[in-house]
Design a protein around this ligand. Structure first.
Ligand code: CDP
Length: 249
């Protein structure tokens, strides 16, 4: 692999302020969510967000494995985020690397604060996120899928959790970065929101922003999350409508 010279860096914003895929700064990539796609899991959801393709499956509340991780006062939330080998340009070595472990941990913590874990002591709630195709923003897509899967499993929680990354590209703040923007932009800030309370349950930051830029990025992220939230709710409404008998026998 050669090093990336300045001439190789793509121009992230054109003269009209459009991004490389033609989007505006606050425009999300197309987002599609389907709830209840797997029969063996207690709850599931499939998300296509731009070129990201993500499956989430939820099991539980069920027995804790390994046993010593059991907690007497609450359920433990165990998330496993995994990137398939074929999900990225260069085949990813299978298994949980440091990045996947970190993402699994922050997603577990995000959901632990939203799920009513005290209602299910000595159990585990397992959240499995499989990234089938990646194009930046996969931890956000994973959270979006997992929260619909948790609702599909009927696990009580205070709200759905929409998520989005806000970043800085070509000197401007932009939402929902795609891979080139993530790689060559100045900053990437994934966040996950609990819309009903306005609480952030995940906030990470790579790169550089000024404090005023960060405040503005948070506002843009909240607006982006509201859009994602509507798509999540719609997926659950469609799932419910399909299950309801249409005619009395
Ligand atoms: O996916 P997310 O933005 O949450 O996490 P990231 O660590 O910022 O990764 C950004 C993107 O880099 C991923 O979505 C993949 O498209 C790509 N990537 C990759 O190509 N190979 C890896 N081993 C990890 C990430």
């Amino acid at each position: 692999m050669g090093s990336v010279g300045a001439k190789d860096v793509p121009q992230l914003l054109d003269a009209n302020g459009k991004r490389i895929d033609g989007r505006g700064l606050e425009e999300l990539r197309p987002l599609k969510i389907e709830a209840g796609v797997l029969t063996r899991a207690n709850g599931s959801a499939y998300v296509e967000w731009g070129e990201n393709k993500v499956m989430a499956a939820v099991y539980g509340p069920r027995e804790v494995h390994p046993r010593h991780m059991q907690e007497n006062t609450k359920a433990v939330v165990q998330c496993r985020y995994n990137m398939a080998s074929f999900s990225v340009d260069e085949r990813k070595k299978p298994g949980l690397d440091r990045r996947s472990q970190e993402i699994s941990k922050v997603i577990s913590e995000a959901f632990e604060s939203v799920l009513f874990v005290e209602e299910y002591p000595r159990t585990s709630i397992g959240i499995y996120i499989e990234i089938l195709q990646a194009n930046a923003g996969t931890r956000c897509a994973g959270i979006v899928a997992a929260s619909v899967a948790l609702a599909d499993a009927g696990i009580p929680m205070s709200d759905l959790v929409p998520a989005i990354a806000v970043g800085k590209v070509g000197g401007k703040l932009a939402v929902d970065l795609r891979k080139e923007e993530d790689n060559y932009g100045e900053a990437d800030m994934p966040m996950a929101l609990v819309p009903k309370s306005g609480r952030l349950v995940l906030l990470q930051m790579e790169g550089h922003m000024t404090a005023p830029e960060m405040a503005q990025a948070l506002e843009m992220g909240v607006r982006g999350c509201q859009q994602v939230y509507e798509v999540q709710k719609d997926a659950l409404k469609r799932r419910y409508a399909i299950q309801r008998p249409t005619e009395a026998v």
